[in-house]
Design a binder for this molecule. Structure first.
Ligand code: FUB
Length: 320
């Protein structure tokens, strides 16, 4: 399979986080729907209210099982609105679903919900993760340590914070200043809180300087993902308003990471968001576009395509 194909285009699902659990692919997407809220730069039109889980026994056939609704804003004790991207990690017989949601003050926080099964249902904790902010959590595990990556600018509210503290006024750095970074923190042993203050995920250019905020075709916007290939750590992300999925390579989960290139060219729609997973000896890029909805940016559909590497470990760009 070298051409991306849609998965379940009959329902609108975006931001697919794929993992291998119990020998199958499980996919944890956002659930888009037609809420009638007008489109704006703040992302108010992404007014999602629940999650479904999907599984696949094999990817080539495209057959996919919908396990139904597994978590809803109505059952999250601290919920306000807008259930955005999520990801799931497994530890000691339990599955932990990390999600982005606005609280009752319209501030994005990260939450955790727990299940005994990869296909839920998931039960949310009483409160968001302490010290969490912004959006788009993804979790990477190595040697029993779990690292959570997160952050997103504009509607994702990352520009409201510096050094993990809320600012009085949101501030995007000047074009020639270092770009705002995604964040990474180890999770506590019980998986329910950060074990440390989040660190910046610094992305360097080819000369070893941090990417600048004005470098919009390379700097971080949202949609963090971390995977490991041949001993190296690949941090991938969306450039948002320039609509690219890019990646940078580092020597450990904290980085710094050096920018390497584009994974996916712009898709139909505004957002681009993905996950990368190895399954049965092949690598896959799960992502989304708005083709089945005729380009409506808030109604996106999942896709998958095989991902290929060059001999030197760089990724071959997928043309959408
Ligand atoms: O699905 C809502 C938001 O759109 C996600 O959190 C972002 O990454 C973008 O895909």
């Amino acid at each position: 399979m070298k051409k991306a194909k849609h998965l379940f285009p009959g329902a609108y699902m975006a931001d697919p986080s794929a993992h291998v659990f119990e020998g199958k692919i499980y996919i944890y997407p956002s659930h888009d729907w037609e809420s009638g809220i007008p489109e704006n730069d703040n992302g108010d039109h992404f007014n999602m209210k629940d999650y479904h889980v999907f599984s696949m026994e094999d990817i080539e056939s495209g057959e996919i099982t919908d396990h139904g609704e597994v978590l809803s804003v109505e059952t999250i004790p601290w919920s306000g609105r807008q259930l955005w991207d999520n990801d799931v990690a497994f530890k000691n017989g339990k599955y932990y679903l990390y999600f982005s949601l606005k609280d009752q003050n319209d501030i994005f926080r990260l939450g955790v919900a727990v299940s005994d099964k990869p296909y839920g249902p998931f039960v949310a904790q009483e409160n968001p993760i302490k010290g969490s902010y912004s959006i788009d959590p993804c979790v990477f595990e190595e040697n029993g340590e779990y690292y959570i990556y997160f952050g997103g600018i504009w509607g994702g509210q990352l520009q409201r914070y510096r050094n993990n503290k809320a600012l009085e006024c949101a501030a995007i750095p000047a074009d020639n200043e270092p770009a705002l970074c995604a964040k990474v923190a180890k999770l506590r042993g019980d998986m329910l809180e950060f074990a440390e203050e989040p660190h910046d995920v610094v992305i360097l250019d080819e000369n070893g300087s941090p990417l600048t905020q004005g470098d919009t075709s390379r700097r971080f916007f949202e949609a963090s993902w971390l995977h490991k290939y041949n001993g190296k750590y690949y941090f991938s992300y969306s450039t948002g308003d320039t609509h690219l999925l890019c990646y940078a390579i580092g020597d450990n989960p904290y980085g710094p990471f050096t920018y390497k290139g584009v994974i996916l060219t712009p898709v139909i729609g505004w957002t681009t968001h993905h996950s990368i997973v190895e399954f049965k000896g092949r690598w896959y890029l799960f992502h989304h576009d708005s083709a089945p909805s005729g380009g409506k940016t808030w109604l996106r559909s999942m896709k998958v395509v095989e991902l290929e590497y060059n001999e030197d470990g760089t990724i071959k760009t997928v043309n959408s």
